[in-house]
Design a protein around this ligand. Structure first.
Ligand code: GLV
Ligand code: MN
Ligand code: MN
Length: 600
């Protein structure tokens, strides 16, 4: 085996020598490495990977197409004739493409042909996958079928990102580097995702709603990992189901840094939303524990039990308990089955009393602040080829449950001009929300969504007499959010008046926009720069536990790139073990800097 490549070799080589050392990283395309030689010296793999990706981004469409076409077809002729490069051959082999059944091979070949006809280039997929160990053949086929439906520009960009991922894995091999912390994070996420609510199990979907059986299993699993694998000094389940791990500082009385994210999920979710922020902190504490190190401050990791507002509309109930804002009325809310939150808590062995929940309130003076690592859940970092982003603020949001009451009537006999159709009114409202939020989207980041719509006991031949709906409104500032809110509520009133309908709207969540604390944001920036990466500051369109903690203490978040065009709240959500590794390293670096600051 040849010795591993080092930065010393790369930085010290001639331009031709540099390209030769990186031979094979970009398939049959030495120009990529040649183009990056100018950007030396390199001091981290993340920096080198980005410099290579930048060369491709700047090369123009013709060169990009040549790069894509330099790749062999998956399970294609070159594999059969054994003319693949050594790298491609080992990658395709690892993904088991050499052992396809005749049916699988036929399916891949017909998809490859349709793909080539549609796009004019071969399908590119990093078949070693986000963990680097090889995708399953079924996943490869499903991905090929899915991406065949994409628009050409979107697909070209995705092929280039897959090429960068292939290059990343080849570079890791050349450097003899394995992202072991990121792999651990990835493996924890994979295992936790095996617990899903009973009705979603047969569908193969991940759904973990507040205090379901799967939620309680996930809770205990997290508790076990924190206590047994990561070396937290104390790990408790609190009165709302949060898993709270404390790793003491040099003195158990020292102030603490609060961190964490949520482990509940939306329906048919991805594996990293929320959970990534728990696992990155677990990995960082595990490393401190293994090294027998104590920092001048304690680390309190909270795996929040609820952030998604799926079973009960009490969104952020877990973080609200810590900020002393748990609403008394929430305990009486009921789920779809009529089970109250109080009963659900008691069935899960939690006290289900307000006193126990109020006791969870944290004293801000005992904390340095709150930091949260989270998957970006959008396309921005992915498009920029950046693994990490700095959150500058979290958008403010409002959520409502609404009902429009009209009159149920015969679908065949009720004239169109005499109807009081509740669903048609909600449909009109949806279109208004879409148009109004779009109008100020560019200036104020406004978004509006009706994600739930139901005609209770509706029938095919009955004009809807009642329609229930949800409303989710967000913007970068409270002022813009409130202006959107006022307009939407006015539109609802106007629509109902014109159509002769009644309506009610119950506010179920209000979260203020949460700008990051300047000092904590600067600490994340220092950590990201330390990894050799440029800073990309961005607002968060998604809500996070940090926006609740924001009301009591300084907070700042770090975003991690999601693959598959950054899609989230979707099973396609994905994070590579390399990006997870960088997230853990950024957190470790933030802890180190904070130690120095605290000691000084
Ligand atoms: C949380 O996932 C949100 O809805 O932003
Ligand atoms: Mn979410
Ligand atoms: Mn989340």
């Amino acid at each position: 085996m040849s010795p591993c490549l080092s930065f010393e070799d790369l930085n010290g080589a001639s331009e031709a020598g540099f390209a030769a050392l990186l031979d094979g990283v970009y398939e049959h395309s030495p120009w990529v490495a040649q183009g990056a030689a100018q950007a030396r010296p390199f001091r981290s793999l993340a920096q080198l990977k980005l410099a290579l990706a930048d060369v491709v981004s700047q090369a123009g469409r013709e060169a990009q197409l040549l790069l894509i076409r330099a790749h062999p077809e998956l399970a294609g002729k070159a594999m059969a004739q054994q003319t693949l490069t050594a790298e491609s051959s080992s990658e395709q082999e690892r993904a088991g493409l050499g052992h396809c059944t005749p049916e699988e091979l036929a399916r891949i070949q017909s998809l490859n042909q349709a793909y080539n006809e549609k796009f004019g280039w071969p399908f590119i997929l990093a078949v070693r996958g986000p963990r680097g160990i090889g995708l399953r053949r079924r996943d490869i086929i499903d991905t090929l079928a899915r991406r065949l439906q994409a628009q050409p520009e979107q697909e070209l960009a995705e092929c280039l990102r897959q090429i960068h991922r292939i290059a990343e894995l080849r570079l890791n091999d050349k450097f003899g580097v394995e992202p072991t912390l990121g792999q651990q994070v990835w493996d924890w996420a994979e295992e936790l995702a095996s617990h899903t609510d009973a009705e979603f199990r047969p569908l193969g979907q991940l759904t973990v709603t507040y205090l379901s059986e799967a939620h309680q299993t996930a809770m205990r699993r997290l508790q076990w990992w924190m206590a047994q694998e990561c070396g937290f000094d104390e790990v408790n389940i609190d009165a709302v189901g949060n898993v709270v791990g404390v790793y003491h500082g040099s003195s158990p009385k020292a102030k603490r840094l609060l961190t964490g994210s949520h482990y509940d999920t939306v329906r048919n979710a991805g594996r990293y939303d929320g959970r990534l922020g728990i696992f990155t902190a677990m990995a960082a504490v595990r490393e401190l524990h293994r090294a027998g190190r104590r920092l001048p401050f304690g680390i309190e990791l909270v795996a929040f039990a609820e952030e998604e507002g799926q079973r009960y509309p009490a969104t952020f109930l877990a973080a609200s308990a810590l900020t002393g804002q748990f609403d008394t009325a929430w305990l009486e809310q009921t789920d779809d089955q009529g089970i109250s939150m109080r009963s659900a808590m008691q069935a899960a062995g939690l006290p289900g009393t307000l006193e126990a929940i109020q006791a969870l309130r944290r004293e801000p003076g005992q904390y340095l602040g709150f930091v949260e690592v989270h998957i970006e859940q959008g396309p921005v970092l992915n498009e920029l080829n950046l693994p990490l982003g700095i959150v500058s603020s979290i958008n403010g949001s409002l959520r409502y449950c609404g009902v429009i009451q009209g009159q149920a009537a015969h679908a065949g006999t009720t004239p169109m001009n005499r109807r009081r159709d509740a669903a048609a009114a909600v449909a009109e409202l949806i279109l208004y929300v879409e148009q109004r939020a779009s109008a100020t989207a560019a200036s104020a980041g406004t978004v509006g969504t009706v994600g739930m719509l139901q005609v209770p006991a509706g029938s095919i031949n009955v004009v809807p007499g009642r329609c229930q709906f949800s409303l989710d409104l967000r913007a970068t500032s409270n002022a813009a959010r409130d202006a959107l809110d006022a307009d939407v509520r006015q539109a609802l009133a106007d629509i109902c008046q014109r159509r002769g309908l009644q309506h009610s709207l119950e506010l179920t969540m209000s979260a203020s926009a949460a700008p990051s604390d300047a000092a904590w944001q600067a600490r994340w920036e220092q950590a990201v720069s330390g990894l050799g990466l440029p800073l990309h500051r961005m607002p968060s369109g998604a809500g996070h536990d940090a926006m609740k903690l924001h009301e009591r203490m300084p907070q700042a978040m770090l975003f991690v790139r999601g693959g598959n065009e950054g899609i989230s709240h979707n099973p396609l959500e994905t994070v590579s073990s390399d990006d997870a590794q960088l997230a853990v390293q950024a957190l470790q670096s933030l802890l180190e800097h904070m130690s120095k600051e605290t000691a000084a």
